[in-house]
Write a protein that binds this ligand. Structure first.
Ligand code: SF4
Length: 84
């Protein structure tokens, strides 16, 4: 089954909440920024990463597309190719 790596540049999130409207993987935090649920926190939580399966890809892709500051990126887990 295909897998994807999601890399979220949390430090640049402006709290628009668009991601949470289209994908249940996202939740707003009390600090005004979004959190990627069940993700690995890196670099003092300025970056969050998560591996997702194919079934979660369409909603995650939509979240990445609607983010106005383009801080959600998705890579093919096997090849490392950047999808968005
Ligand atoms: S859509 Fe982008 S800017 Fe808005 S809360 Fe989600 S990650 Fe942050």
């Amino acid at each position: 089954m295909k897998k994807y790596r999601v890399v979220y540049n949390r430090s640049d999130c402006i709290g628009a909440a668009a991601c949470t409207a289209v994908d249940s993987n996202w939740v707003m935090n009390t600090d005004g920024k979004a959190d990627l649920k069940e993700s690995e926190s890196k670099l003092d939580n300025t970056v969050q990463e998560k591996i997702i399966e194919e079934k979660d890809f369409p909603a995650m892709l939509e979240a990445a597309r609607v983010c106005p500051v383009v801080v959600i990126h998705i890579y093919d887990f096997e090849t490392g190719e950047k999808i968005i």
